[in-house]
Design a protein around this ligand. Structure first.
Ligand SMILES: [Zn+2]
Length: 372
């Protein structure tokens, strides 16, 4: 471990530091101050939805209108929260994506990127296999004044950044899918490389409370054991689970070429584990009153891992239970208990390099553009 690194390198300007010692950084982070949610809110939550298997463009936009406006929708009156979405570009013909839809829909997508409501690039998609696909995507975005700051690895796409569990080659300098330098040039600052936790509330000391459920004792015990194992392995120096150790939303990290970047942790606190009920169908068993109360009591932040477009077979709207869960979440937001915001805004707020004034300017919900 080098002794000459500054005490908290990420507080002193990422651009000045090209070489990271992850273990050193993580140990230092334990003594660093937690960033609290902006007052008067007690906790912060982003519903971070990968768009996989969204049935079609109409469903994608209607879900966004239900979540982000108070307008009448096919699911009833909208809940008027601030909930972002993801986009990918190159997918098999039967999957909704940027290039698989009409020009009119692409125009809607671009409006929502510019307004901040589509805030995460969900890789380039399953059929994007090379650096050329990355170049074409960024050219299209930048020609339309669209920029992403957040990258999320998708399934097992070859352009993923994580070369381990996500099987990506996007950060492999020797591979034809290498593109992580272009990603930085485009403006990406935050990357998700497949790490998810069951711990309710990040940016607070580690606590496993709330995972175990008496009603689902056997399965929830397994989930609790898995989360404990990740913690133990991370403390033994296992790189795969290193991100879990500090229980922080953001950890400074680097790409293979040494470029510093922030990596973030997502959470699915369902008792069945991080891959359980991670869909629009079944979300009511994740967004429960007890989970939200626990997040508030912890004064934590959370980026919730889900896929809102994955619905009951043949359905294009949320089931009633999910609609009710979002109505309940809206109560937590309106009573200033939980600030519900997009992933980009949550990450920017929790970036230790952000200007201090961000905490005192008040919080204004992003205006949702007219897309009908
Ligand atoms: Zn995906």
């Amino acid at each position: 471990m080098p002794n000459d690194q500054p005490a908290l390198p990420f507080y002193h300007g990422l651009s000045n530091t090209t070489q990271w010692d992850l273990d050193y950084t993580l140990r230092k982070m334990r003594s660093a101050t937690y960033i609290s949610p902006p007052k008067p809110y007690k906790a912060m939550l982003s519903i971070c939805s990968d768009l996989d298997e969204t049935p079609d463009a109409d469903t994608y936009f209607e879900i966004m209108r239900f979540l982000n406006t108070g307008e009448e929708t096919s699911m009833g009156k909208g809940v008027d929260l601030e909930i972002g979405n993801t986009m990918y570009f190159y997918m098999p013909k039967d999957e909704f994506s940027y290039w698989n839809t009409t020009e009119a829909n692409r125009d809607r997508i671009r409006k929502l990127i510019r307004s901040g409501h589509i805030d995460c690039l969900h890789s380039f998609g399953d059929t994007a296999t090379s650096r050329e696909h990355a170049k074409k995507t960024y050219k299209e975005l930048e020609n339309h004044d669209c920029r992403f700051k957040v990258w999320i690895d998708h399934a097992q796409a070859i352009t993923n950044l994580d070369g381990g569990i996500m099987l990506g080659k996007g950060d492999d300098l020797t591979h034809s899918a290498y593109h992580s330098d272009l990603l930085i040039d485009h403006g990406i600052e935050y990357v998700w490389r497949g790490r998810a936790t069951s711990v309710i509330g990040q940016n607070r000391p580690l606590s496993l409370r709330g995972i175990l459920r008496n009603k689902h004792f056997t399965t929830s015990s397994k989930t609790l054991l898995k989360e404990s194992a990740k913690q133990i392995l991370s403390r033994m120096g296992n790189a795969k689970y290193a991100l879990h150790r500090p229980n922080r939303i953001l950890v400074p990290s680097s790409l293979s070429n040494g470029t510093p970047i922030f990596e973030f942790l997502r959470c699915n606190p369902h008792w069945g584990g991080v891959s359980s009920n991670d869909t629009g169908w079944g979300l009511d068993d994740v967004l429960t009153r007890s989970m939200l109360d626990r997040l508030v009591a912890r004064k934590g932040s959370m980026v919730l891992y889900t896929h809102l477009g994955k619905l009951e077979p043949g359905q294009k709207v949320f089931p009633k239970a999910t609609i009710d869960a979002f109505r309940m979440l809206s109560e937590y937001y309106r009573s200033k208990k939980i600030l519900v915001t997009t992933t980009r805004r949550l990450l920017e707020f929790n970036n230790p390099q952000r200007p201090a004034s961000d905490t005192t300017n008040g919080w204004v919900q992003l205006p949702f553009p007219q897309i009908q």
